[in-house]
Design a protein around this ligand. Structure first.
Ligand SMILES: [Fe+2]
Ligand SMILES: [Fe+2]
Length: 186
């Protein structure tokens, strides 16, 4: 049997990661239906988003190079940040999904200013899938289902920045920019 890129990479992940991905796919299906997005694109983006998450730092850097990605300074310091961009290019290389799916996967960790609705939904779904355990999770899930995607996205961005700061980590410049743009829009 010939496996597609998603099945092939998915099979190599730990059970724990596979289960996270499946929960994100379920959450994306729900968000896509509520917010009138393509369920098919939503599921593809979710299934693809963490396919490179278990590569070592060296393997991520090597894959980035092979795929023609130029790592920025934060990515050189923290190669795990490349797992979204690398996975997006894996799908693009095999022509699985389309630009909306690749964009969503590429920015699912850092977010970015002016993302598409699908990409905002993936950023949210990744953060609120029920396997995540943090105090505000249920409230964020409710916001994502009852409010607009934009409102939920801003709340998720703020929650992520709060979490990163609590761990002494700096948010990625794209995330800071995403928040600035969102704040101006509200
Ligand atoms: Fe991820
Ligand atoms: Fe994830």
């Amino acid at each position: 049997m010939i496996l597609g890129i998603i099945e092939y990479r998915f099979a190599q992940l730990s059970k724990h990661r596979q289960q996270h991905i499946l929960r994100v796919a379920e959450m994306m299906t729900q968000l896509a239906m509520i917010h009138s997005l393509s369920v098919e694109s939503g599921r593809l983006a979710a299934m693809g988003h963490d396919l490179a998450r278990e590569l070592s730092r060296d393997a991520l850097m090597a894959e980035a190079k092979r795929l023609g990605l130029e790592p920025s300074l934060p990515e050189k310091n923290e190669p795990v940040l490349l797992h979204g961009p690398v996975a997006a290019l894996w799908l693009e290389e095999k022509n699985v999904g389309g630009p909306d799916v690749w964009e969503a996967i590429r920015y699912h960790t850092t977010a970015a200013p002016r993302l598409s609705a699908l990409a905002k939904a993936l950023f949210i779904a990744d953060g609120i899938e029920p396997g995540r355990q943090f105090e505000g999770r249920v409230g964020l899930e409710r916001a994502a289902k009852e409010k607009s995607l934009d409102e939920a996205y801003i709340l998720m961005l703020k929650e992520t920045v709060k979490y990163l700061k609590s761990r002494g980590l700096k948010p990625h410049p794209l995330m800071i920019e995403a928040l600035e743009v969102s704040d101006n829009a509200v």
